[in-house]
Design a protein around this ligand. Structure first.
Ligand code: SF4
Length: 214
């Protein structure tokens, strides 16, 4: 599904000088979800107000202390890498207005993907939206119309109920994925049994951790 969400119409030249706090950015192989195994450029923005206790990127929670990078600089890096798409992740990337970054990437011929909890207003010109909803701060109503992939991290049975509650609000054809929380091995048999009984769901694994790819 393609999504077009516009918030204002400044020129592309203005967009190139917009800055975002960036935790890290790198050319890699997508490790999880529907696009697992594909070459992609990850851009991790700083700032998150969701506070999942099991978060594995806690260094991304604070905006302060991370360098500001201009859109133009990021777009050049993605172009030079040869990546066909950029994955904007966090932190929670929707704490920032993503219109400048996503429009500039698309102008450069790069597809734009996002991984989000959906808990802040949706902005940007996005080709693929992965919603990873968290009970700690629930998604906004508006994001559900645009979801391409629903990826729910599972620790216990409660998360399976949470997954179904969110799936019921997603468009028909949304890819439905359950992902075991990395440090909770007991979630694996739970997910395996659930997917066998509910085959509209699939399993997402954090393959980058097995492969030791950043
Ligand atoms: S939403 Fe993502 S970055 Fe934010 S606390 Fe949860 S897992 Fe961590």
């Amino acid at each position: 599904m393609s999504n077009l969400i516009e918030t204002h119409s400044d020129s592309i030249t203005d967009y190139l000088s917009v800055e975002y706090p960036i935790v890290e950015h790198f050319y890699t192989i997508q490790g999880e979800g529907a696009h697992t195994g594909r070459a992609s450029y990850f851009i991790r923005t700083a700032g998150c107000d969701v506070n999942c206790w099991w978060c594995d990127v806690k260094e991304s929670w604070e905006e302060e202390g991370h360098p500001l990078m201009k859109v133009g600089e990021l777009v050049e890096l993605v172009k030079e890498s040869g990546a066909p798409f950029a994955v904007i992740t966090g932190g929670e990337p929707l704490l920032h207005d993503l219109l400048p970054l996503t429009v500039a990437l698309k102008e450069a011929g790069i597809k734009t993907h996002i991984e989000t909890s959906g808990s802040s207003p949706l902005t940007g010109h996005l080709d693929w939206i992965t919603l990873s909803p968290k009970r700690f701060k629930e998604p906004t109503d508006e994001i559900f119309d645009y979801v391409d992939e629903l990826k729910v991290v599972v620790l216990t049975n409660k998360d399976l109920q949470w997954a179904e509650k969110n799936a019921a609000r997603c468009p028909e054809g949304t890819q439905l994925l359950l992902q075991p929380e990395w440090d909770t091995p007991k979630s694996i048999p739970l997910i395996v049994d659930y997917v066998k009984e509910n085959p509209q769901w699939g399993i997402s694994l954090q393959t980058h951790k097995f492969l030791k790819v950043p």
